[in-house]
Design a protein around this ligand. Structure first.
Ligand code: ADP
Ligand code: MG
Length: 339
């Protein structure tokens, strides 16, 4: 293991029946890093975290946390980690303090230390004023802060957060992100966070692994991932077309220079194009169908664009997509292989 790594994952795989949920992934996480696993639903993020938490046994491959193997030394690993999972239980009829006291007693923490720790943590997430209120009366955001605090009772070196902002309102999401960053900065806790929210990954993580169908398809800092688009000959165009119709969209899609075409919620077309002639080709295609261009912008790539560029589909659920995606570069490669 590299000197500054706290987590080392090699060829980690989880197979359910015949289905590979996690497919031979390898990466290191540095001590003190906030590391993101970003990918759509079903990508294998939670399964990966469960293996790293000793809750699920890998089919093959290894994961070492702080020098301990998750299978061979699971007890030691559990002492090093805290986990905030999607399905956390809190006792609604107990107060905030009573809940933390209950869960704290599951660890081997002396009572005077635990009492101090609970007060510190409640203060850290600004719930001191609510310490004697029943958790059942808390907002979703407050409950999530309680979940995070609960995972920190044993002062873990590594904190796992599984979709920590899922179902939270924007304000509570900001609070959780800020809190995790503060915790990481002040106590040096290493964090692995899974998310399908681009903004979480972008604003929180030092490095991001993009996962799709159980595989890591890219791993870097957010800005380096974005450079893979803007640095190459790929450009993102945002076009307003007054008389947009499906025929026009299809015509643009059929251009060799167009890697993907999506209609944004506001009606604009977002087109990933490549090559020197791309601008001219897109405009010619629109004119050939008597399309009226009302606006044209060159966009900075977002993580969503990076994801689309690499995987050929969007991270958000297909049900919310307006137009089914077609990724021609990848499509052509796939066809080429078949022939
Ligand atoms: N216990 C299980 N048995 C069978 N399939 C599972 C089990 N747990 C997860 N899966 C499947 O593995 C895939 C990855 O799931 P998961 O790790 O929960 O994805 P993510 O957290 O990225 O949304 C999904 O297709 C899911 O249905
Ligand atoms: Mg999940």
């Amino acid at each position: 293991m590299a000197a500054d790594s706290i987590i080392e994952i090699k060829n980690l795989t989880k197979i359910f029946g015949k289905f590979k949920a996690v497919d031979n992934i390898s990466f290191d996480v540095k001590k003190g890093e906030i590391f993101g696993l970003l990918g759509p639903n079903g990508a294998g993020k939670s399964t990966t975290l469960r293996m790293l938490s000793t809750l699920s046994k890998p089919t093959s491959g290894t994961a070492i946390i702080g020098g301990y193997d998750v299978v061979k030394h699971d007890t030691q690993v559990r002492k090093l980690i805290g986990i905030v999972s999607e399905k956390m239980i809190m006792y609604n009829r107990l107060t905030a303090r009573e809940n933390l006291w209950f869960f704290g007693n599951l660890f081997d923490i002396p009572h005077d230390q635990l009492k101090k720790r609970i007060d510190e943590l409640l203060d850290l997430v600004q719930l001191t004023n609510f310490k004697n209120a029943q958790v059942g009366t808390f907002s979703t955001g407050m409950r999530q802060r309680m979940n995070v605090v609960r995972a920190l009772l044993n002062t873990p070196q590594v904190l796992y957060l599984d979709e920590p902002t899922l179902g939270l309102d924007p304000q509570s999401s900001v609070e959780i992100r800020e809190f995790v960053k503060k915790l990481n900065k002040e106590s040096g806790t290493t964090v692995i966070i899974t998310t399908h929210m681009m903004v979480d990954a972008d604003l929180m993580c030092d490095r991001i692994a993009i996962v799709d169908h159980g595989k890591i398809v890219a791993l870097d800092t957010s800005s380096n991932l974005k450079k893979t688009i803007s640095g190459a000959d790929t450009t993102i165009l945002k076009l307003g077309i007054a008389n947009l119709n499906s025929d026009l969209i299809e015509t643009i899609r059929n251009l060799n220079c167009a890697d993907s075409v999506t209609q944004e919620d506001d009606g604009h077309l977002k087109i990933l194009v490549h090559g020197q002639e791309a601008f001219d080709n897109v405009i010619d295609a629109i004119r050939s169908k008597n399309g009226k261009i009302s606006s044209m912008e060159n966009l900075q790539p977002t993580l969503e664009d990076v994801f689309l560029h690499i995987t050929g589909h969007q991270v958000r659920d297909s049900a919310t997509e307006k137009i089914p995606m077609e990724h021609k570069r990848f499509g052509q490669q796939a066809q080429g292989r078949i022939r």
